[in-house]
Design a protein around this ligand. Sequence first.
Ligand code: CU
Length: 283
Amino acid sequence: MPTVPIAPRVPAPPLRWRRNATQLTAQQLADLRRAMTRMQAIGDDRGYMRHAGIHGLPLPISCQHGTNLFLPWHRAYLYFFERALRDLVRGIAQPFWDWTTTQSIPTAYSAQQDPSGAPNPLHHGTCDPLALQQAQNMNPPINLPAQTSRQPGLPGTQLPTPQDIDEILEIKDFFTFSNELESWHGRIHVWVGGSRHMRHVPLAAFDPLFWAHHCQIDRLWRIWQLRHAPPSFTSGFMGTALPPFPMTVAQTMNVRALGYDYATTAVRVRVPAPTPVGGGGGR
Ligand SMILES: [Cu+2]
C-alpha cells in the first residue's frame, strides 16, 4: 500500500494575534516597547517618524477620513506599520485599546517609564520637524511642541460605552456602519488629545497611542464582518487603490489573509484580567 500523504504537509503560516493592551504579558509588553524604541531610533523610511508621517503631515496627507475608504485605508496602514515592527522584533503584533471597557488610557501607554526605569516609548512620540512647521502654516494653525502629549477626558468629551458600539455593530449597511464608527473614532481622538496631538489629524499618528486606538477600530470592523454577511461591493470599490500602500480595498477584506486576527472578538465579554501588566487605571 502506498503511504504517500495525499496532501503536502505545508503548515499554514502562524497567525499573529492582536491582543487587548491591558492584558499583555510582561514579555509581550516588553517586546512591543523594544520594537517601538528601536523604530523611534531609526531615521530612515523604516523609522517611526516616517510611518507616522504617512497619516497626516508632512504633506501629502494620505489618510482617508470622511470617505468610504476610512476602514480599508487604515487597515492597510496598520498592516504595514505592524510589518515594520516585526522587522525589528520577530513575531510581535500590536495591541488594541478597547476604550469601551478600559475607559482610561491603558497604563502600558500612560506610564512614563518601563519596569526597568527606562523611558516608555509608548508614552509619547516625537513629531517630524517638517510636519510641525507645516502644521503652523495651516489655517487655522496648529502650534504644538515636537514631543506628543495628551489631555484625556476634558469636560465635554466622551468615550463610547459597549452599548454605543454594539448599536453601531448592528447596522447592516457597511458604509453606514463605517460612517458611524468613524464619527465615534473622531470623538475618541478628541477625548485623548484635548488640545494636543491626538486631536489633530495632521499630527495624531506621532502619538504611539494612535495605533492602539486604530487597532480597536480595525477590530470593530472585524467583529462587524463576523456578524454580517459579506456585502456585495462593486468591483470599482474593491479595486480601489490605497496609496501609498501597494494594496487595494479587496486585499484588506480578510484579516487572516493578512496574517493576523484579534484575540477577542466579542464586545461585551468581560474576561477576568489575568495579572494585568498594562492595565487601565493605575498600577
Ligand atoms: Cu484616527
